[in-house]
Ligand binder design. Structure first.
Ligand SMILES: [Fe+2]
Length: 395
């Protein structure tokens, strides 16, 4: 996390005696990344965060990626998440779409029930809420999430999802940490003036969340698989914490698009980075405004990347006639040059000439630097005709 935050009660100095009202000591815990060499927070628990009474393995076919198949024969692909069934809660109801050694992307159509307590020790997660509302309870406090929110959960943060009705979400699980792009930050971590969002756009926990109880199960994901550890006391027992590492929320509508006179490439839309991938936000914005601009992407072959685009709102003019709608996902892999659907360039130039000079498109894009393999849920909702739409319309 890029900046310092303090919530609840903490002692005046690090690592000094900090006592409960009954005279006993609070248990201090450091949550830190990269072996004491990067961001961390210090949390103060009422009870020992180490006391567990049971460990069980949990069946999870997706843990080792064995459920993923290569994109072979190579094809651009499109999927309709609109057609995926309701699938349980926001943790165990994840339907695998894509994955590789760096990241796994899945879709959840949650029915409304709360998830179990959950800790992902493989890496950070970003959950993009497409529809619905949820309360995200964490050891750091509560986050309220709604439509368009990116909920960023750092590696190892214990949390649970409590939806307020049905929720649809895209879940991005990294093998490592997800952070704002380094180039947006000063050497000390402050968002620079050219960054498309800043500290004021981020929502973090504001007060401690204290829950009583004992023998509390917590799902823990590691590279070895999924386990369920039972804690002697409820992990939501933190009276205060401070530091730079905590869960937070950024709404896609708080991302301020950067525009040029002629077409700007996707790095201007970059929102987060993780090891081996980036996350970008395409938001409504003025079209490219050079008098002779082609206000739509050019054909491109980003030779090192697979590109996944999740269409969440508005009118995506570059994909007109391809069957892509709200809730669709396109996958444009390395090895294939992609670009606007036939006729889209002319339509965009005409629209700009007629004064319709603002795009309404809203999309979440993930570019990976290793090929994405295809999950069972992707195979279930694929539009088999998408790959041929450019040729057919040109025909
Ligand atoms: Fe692209």
């Amino acid at each position: 996390m890029p900046y310092y935050r303090v919530v609840g009660e903490i002692p005046r100095k690090r690592h000094v005696q900090f006592r409960r009202p009954d005279g006993g000591l609070y248990a201090e815990e450091l949550m830190g990344e990269e072996g004491f060499s990067s961001d961390s927070s210090l949390l103060y628990h009422r009870h020992a965060p180490t006391a567990i009474t049971k460990s069980e393995s949990v069946e999870d076919a997706s843990s080792d990626g064995a459920d993923l198949a290569p994109n072979h024969p190579l094809q651009p692909r499109a999927y309709r998440t609109q057609d995926l069934p309701e699938s349980g809660d926001l943790v165990l109801g994840r339907q695998a779409l894509f994955g590789n050694g760096d990241v796994r992307v899945s879709f959840v159509a949650a029915g409304g029930g709360p998830s179990e307590l959950y800790r992902n020790s493989v890496g950070a997660e970003v959950v993009y809420v497409q529809t619905g509302r949820a309360r995200v309870e964490t050891t750091y406090g509560v986050l309220d999430a709604g439509v368009g929110d990116y909920v960023v959960i750092p590696t190892g943060a214990i949390h649970r999802w409590v939806p307020d009705g049905p929720v649809k979400a895209l879940v991005i699980e990294a093998r490592g940490h997800i952070r704002p792009p380094k180039r947006y930050l000063s050497q000390f971590g402050q968002f620079l003036e050219h960054a498309p969002y800043s500290e004021r756009d981020l929502r973090g926990p504001v007060e401690p969340l204290l829950v009583d109880g004992g023998e509390v199960p917590v799902l823990v994901r590691t590279r070895g698989g999924l386990s369920r550890l039972t804690y002697l006391r409820h992990p939501f027992d933190v009276v205060g914490w401070d530091g730079y590492l905590y869960p937070y929320v950024l709404n896609i509508d708080d991302f301020e698009p950067i525009v040029k006179r002629t077409h700007a490439p996707p790095p201007v839309h970059q929102t987060f980075e993780g090891p081996g991938f980036v996350i970008c936000s395409f938001c409504p914005r003025p079209l490219d405004f050079h008098e002779e601009a082609v206000p739509i992407p050019y054909n491109h072959h980003n030779v090192d990347s697979d590109e996944m685009m999740f269409y969440v709102d508005g009118d995506y003019s570059a994909r007109k006639g391809s069957g892509i709608g709200i809730g669709s996902i396109s996958l444009h892999p390395s090895g294939f040059t992609h670009g606007p659907q036939p006729g889209a360039v002319e339509a965009a130039i005409e629209a700009a000439q007629q004064g319709r000079d603002t795009s309404t498109e809203k999309a979440v894009m993930i570019d990976t630097f290793r090929p994405l393999r295809l999950g069972a849920a992707a195979r279930r909702c694929e539009d088999p005709e998408y790959a041929w739409t450019w040729a057919r319309a040109t025909g």
